[in-house]
Ligand binder design. Structure first.
Ligand SMILES: O=C(O)[C@H](O)COP(=O)(O)O
Length: 406
């Protein structure tokens, strides 16, 4: 059973009564009359072959309140795209797949690149960005949820709880983030969130002083969760990173654009498990190694926009402070795990912290050398101003890919 704590910065929706999914869905069906709802699923083709997505689609088939499901498909050739069309065809809701690597969407990417408006590299952020542009062009949804496609513990209650705070017409929330405990096979997971993001935020607070932004970020119980929902217009004005910095980037943007009274988080699952990536110590271009680097860069770029002055020396201090805070937190995780009869491998936790500490330092150096490296993707508002018909053409291209010859 969850507590009912409100930390005061953003509203916290708990799961106090284990209300049934049917009861939540009845409410949502009513809300959908005045506030239609959509779902974005950023996916890799390889996830269609994994254990999670087929079950997610089975669950989504039973969801009675969605007007639209938009699947962003990455790393698929023509044959794989056709397989994906078949795979998702059992969804009873109106649905469309964005074939991001297909010729129609690639032509639009080229056109955007000529105006310096295209995402500079593929990745989850890039995928979500194109899906957002499409959803806004289609205009079918006013409240939109987004979740990962590798959740092996998925049930449709997760989606109902995630979208509820932005779907209820009586509430005034613009953005809602999902949280949960990542416990599976008797151990604590969520290595980057627990061992990197939380201690890094605390280290920043100690070094750069209290900042409303850092207090705000620290109030999210799972800042890296890939599950969030928002009112549709939020998607027009945000600038997001194209890479693994997406989640932190979105939290930063909604903080910049809205009062914290309009932001909230919701308990979406008792347990959550997903595909675990390797730490990838040897290869900085993959796994948690790459993820931690992207996240650290996104955080430095955000701090710079808040007027925080950083120097090479201060990155050394960040690394040392982060390391100390992270070790203390491992102690807390270890004790909490022990009392709950869970396992925690202190050696691999500390090894991960050592790697993250190096990346935090390297990300700082990289930021210092070229602060414009991998800038945020422009907002759709800006694209709209530069190429007014691009979103309509994105819509048309997706329609053709989904219903016609490819
Ligand atoms: O959220 C995280 O910390 C990363 O996605 C890694 O998660 P994992 O440790 O559960 O694989």
């Amino acid at each position: 059973m969850s507590d009912f704590y409100q930390n005061g910065i953003i509203t916290n929706f708990h799961n106090l009564t284990r209300r049934s999914v049917e009861a939540l869905e009845n409410d949502l069906k009513q809300f959908s009359r005045s506030r239609p709802m959509g779902l974005i699923l950023p996916s890799l083709y390889s996830e269609l072959e994994g254990p999670a997505l087929s079950h997610i689609v089975d669950e989504l088939c039973k969801v009675p309140y969605l007007s639209e499901i938009v699947i962003g498909l990455d790393r698929a050739d023509r044959e794989q795209f056709l397989k994906a069309r078949e795979f998702f065809s059992r969804l009873p809701q109106h649905h469309r797949i964005l074939w991001n690597d297909g010729p129609r969407l690639q032509a639009l990417q080229q056109e955007l690149a000529q105006e310096n408006l295209a995402p500079l590299e593929p990745g989850k952020g890039c995928n979500v960005w194109y899906c957002s542009g499409y959803v806004r062009a289609s205009g079918k949804a006013e409240a939109i949820a987004l979740h990962d496609c590798d959740i092996v513990t998925y049930d449709r209650g997760l989606l109902a709880r995630l979208i509820y705070p932005v779907a209820n017409p009586r509430f005034h929330y613009e953005f809602c983030k999902g949280y949960y405990s990542r416990i599976a096979s008797g151990k604590l997971n969520g290595r980057v969130a627990r061992l990197m993001v939380t201690p890094l935020i605390r280290a920043f607070k100690m070094i750069y002083g209290p900042l409303p932004y850092l207090d705000y970020l620290d109030s999210y119980r799972y800042p890296l969760s890939g599950e969030f929902s928002m009112r549709a217009d939020v998607l027009d004005g945000i600038r997001i990173p194209s890479d693994w910095g997406l989640e932190i980037g979105v939290l930063s943007e909604v903080h910049r654009n809205f009062s914290t009274k309009r932001l909230c988080q919701v308990d979406i699952a008792d347990a959550y498990d997903h595909k675990h990536q390797p730490v990838s110590e040897e290869d900085p271009s993959g796994g948690l190694n790459r993820m931690s680097m992207d996240i650290a860069k996104a955080m430095y770029r955000k701090l710079a926009t808040l007027g925080v002055e950083m120097s090479v020396e201060s990155f050394r201090t960040v690394k040392a402070t982060y390391y100390r805070v992270a070790l203390d937190l491992i102690e807390a995780y270890d004790h909490d795990a022990a009392m709950n009869g869970l396992k925690l491998d202190r050696h691999s936790e500390e090894a991960a912290v050592e790697l993250f500490a190096d990346n935090i330092m390297q990300a700082g150096a990289a930021f210092f050398e070229s602060p414009r490296d991998k800038p945020f993707i422009p907002s759709w508002n800006r694209v709209q101003a530069a190429i007014p018909d691009l979103q309509d053409r994105l819509f048309e291209a997706v329609e053709l890919d989904n219903s016609g010859e490819v």
